[in-house]
Design a binder for this molecule. Sequence first.
Ligand code: ATP
Length: 226
Amino acid sequence: MSSPETAISPSGLVLAGVKITLKGQVLCDLDLTVAPGEIVTLMGPSGAGKSSLLGYICGTLAPGFTCRGRVWLKGREIGTLPPQDRHVGILFQDDLLFPYLSVGGNLAFALPVDIRGRGQRRDKIDQALEIAGLAGFADRDPATLSGGQRARVAVMRVLLSAPSALLLDEPFSRLDAKLRSQFREFVFEQARQQNLPTLMVTHDPEDANATGGPVITLTDHRAQQA
Ligand SMILES: Nc1ncnc2c1ncn2[C@@H]1O[C@H](COP(=O)(O)OP(=O)(O)OP(=O)(O)O)[C@@H](O)[C@H]1O
């Protein structure tokens, strides 16, 4: 029998009764649903627990936090699964590309293991680079790319892992204003095209406005919609 939460958005991201506590202090206590293709922004003061919430969804929260609550993605409860089985992609403000791998090597790292054929893997990588406007960059050393180019490789790496949801943790904050707006549009377009429920943490109201989606503020541990 499906739960009420999965009935609301069977293919979205659903958080129900999620409460994260650190050293006896409640960081957040909330319910949240992100529909497929929707981009929800999460704002709030520094230290409010926004990144911790993303870590909870991914299953990568550091020891020391106490958590309860349930997380569903595409109708599957993922909150008890190991991180690699959750199918959640996360993008940080640092691109975190592996410096010892080529651009193509970085992308290959993300490909699901069931894509085995060398030709098929190469095709997927070339396709991703084409979408990112980086055709022919597969053999380049990431250190020779501009910040914006590296950022686009990082997005394609996340998307190539075939995530069922996308989490963005201030991914635009290191980019200058012009690049920031271009790159933001690029990421949002990819998220919508792949119909991914997307949850973005940011301090920048412009990022929030650009989504056209709901904006949630974490205030006094609770999620409040603007
Ligand atoms: N690995 C960790 N171990 C212990 N405490 C941590 C760890 N990571 C974060 N914290 C603490 O958890 C609290 C919430 O941090 P978190 O990074 O989730 O906040 P945030 O809202 O994302 O802040 P910011 O907007 O500054 O990024 C803070 O008090 C922080 O010091």
